[in-house]
Design a protein around this ligand. Structure first.
Ligand SMILES: *[C@@H]1O[C@H](CO)[C@@H](O)[C@H](O)[C@H]1NC(C)=O
Ligand SMILES: *[C@@H]1O[C@H](CO)[C@@H](O)[C@H](O)[C@H]1NC(C)=O
Ligand SMILES: *[C@@H]1O[C@H](CO)[C@@H](O)[C@H](O)[C@H]1NC(C)=O
Length: 343
């Protein structure tokens, strides 16, 4: 009896999951989940190195006043520095100090500070077809991430997380077409990105936003990572047919994590105030949840209750089949078969 009911309920749950997924979501899931398996191979050529690019990954040989142009290299990336801060709260003072350090090291660059006034205007004017989606993202981080790509496509330059304090100029990287630091364990980080304007890859990052715009109920972190964040961007990277101009800033082979921005770090380029970074602090995630659409919260509540009801229902049958003593003696019995065996 119980086993039959269990089977029916499992089939029902499976059908619901399948209904929730459509053909396009299956494809999207495939792309997202295969990333860890294809990353190493697909990024092998992209890694900037001393050997192939004659580039000093420690940056120690670049003088503070180094100029790409004077070095005889054509600067492809314009001297523009973007920071984004959305939301009702003013940036914490340590973030303002971090940004001030960056401005100081790039004093001849043009600075952009995207906020709640100019960001929506910019998106509406330049990406009218994406404006509704952008405006309705349940998480502020998604709006910030999507805006990184849009500002980069339109203006080019460097976009930096607010919690990165520059230790030196990013000037030497201007010779490349697109640069982002390697992340752990796969992909690249979007906390720092440099790109030429109208870059093909950056355009692809913007055009793919709609396809990957999907809410994972109860999983805000996954929702952000898979729809706009580092995992999304790295996945879109693996889908590019021509990756020759997309470059990853990693370390030399004996120190591959040299430029990694996860958590509190001190790299040749930055001090990262990891404590304030949203993905390392749950408190900030909870703050973000306050921004969630009521619909999303409703779906999450319905699913939570559904799962709880299912668990209680299964537990009821477990109790019907065995008394507690039976269960205990069964557990000691080596021939004990698990109750839930679907064959
Ligand atoms: C950079 O500074 C050094 C001295 O610190 C100076 O000799 C050199 O000419 C400067 N280079 C440029 C391109 O300004
Ligand atoms: C955004 O920045 C502009 C200046 O660039 C300023 O006039 C405006 O008040 C700012 N808006 C908010 C919401 O801070
Ligand atoms: C790939 O892109 C680079 C520059 O972005 C270009 O020079 C090269 O010809 C492209 N390769 C192919 C096969 O299209």
């Amino acid at each position: 009896m119980a086993r039959g009911h269990l089977r029916v309920s499992l089939v029902l749950v499976l059908l619901l999951v399948l209904a929730w997924l459509s053909a396009s979501s299956v494809q999207r899931l495939y792309y997202l989940f295969r990333l860890p398996f294809v990353w190493t191979e697909s990024s092998a050529q992209a890694t900037i190195s001393q050997h192939h690019d004659n580039f000093d990954l420690t940056f120690s040989s670049f003088p503070a006043n180094y100029s790409t142009e004077d070095a005889g290299l054509h600067p492809v990336i314009p001297a523009k520095l973007h920071h984004i801060h959305l939301g009702p709260n003013a940036p914490p003072s340590e973030w303002m100090t971090a940004r001030a350090d960056c401005l100081k090291h790039h004093d001849s660059w043009e600075f952009f500070l995207w906020n709640d006034t100019n960001a929506p205007q910019f998106v509406e004017k330049n990406y009218p077809h994406l404006y509704d989606m952008w405006e309705n993202y349940p998480f502020m981080v998604q709006r910030i991430d999507a805006l990184r790509y849009m500002a980069l496509e339109k203006y080019g330059g460097a976009v930096l997380d607010f919690d990165l304090a520059c230790k030196r100029s990013l000037e030497p990287l201007r010779q490349f077409d697109f640069v982002a630091p390697a992340a752990h364990p796969t992909g690249f980080s979007i906390g720092m990105m440099l790109a030429s304007p109208n870059n093909t890859f950056v355009r692809s990052l913007i055009e793919s936003l709609s396809m990957f715009n999907h809410i994972w109920p109860l999983l805000p972190y996954v929702t952000v990572m898979f729809s706009t964040g580092c995992h999304y961007a790295s996945t879109v990277y693996t889908l590019q047919t021509n990756r020759s101009s997309i470059r990853i800033l990693s370390g030399p082979s004996d120190n591959p994590n040299l430029h990694m921005l996860n958590g509190f770090v001190d790299t040749p380029l930055f001090r990262h105030l990891g404590s304030s970074s949203w993905h390392t602090k749950d408190a900030r995630l909870i703050l973000l949840l306050k921004d969630a659409q009521p619909k999303l919260i409703f779906i999450a509540v319905v699913i939570t209750f559904g799962v709880l009801a299912l668990l209680l229902w299964c537990a009821r049958f477990t109790r019907h089949r065995f008394s507690t003593r039976d269960v205990e003696s069964n557990l000691k019995n080596p021939s004990f078969k698990p109750l839930f065996k679907y064959t």
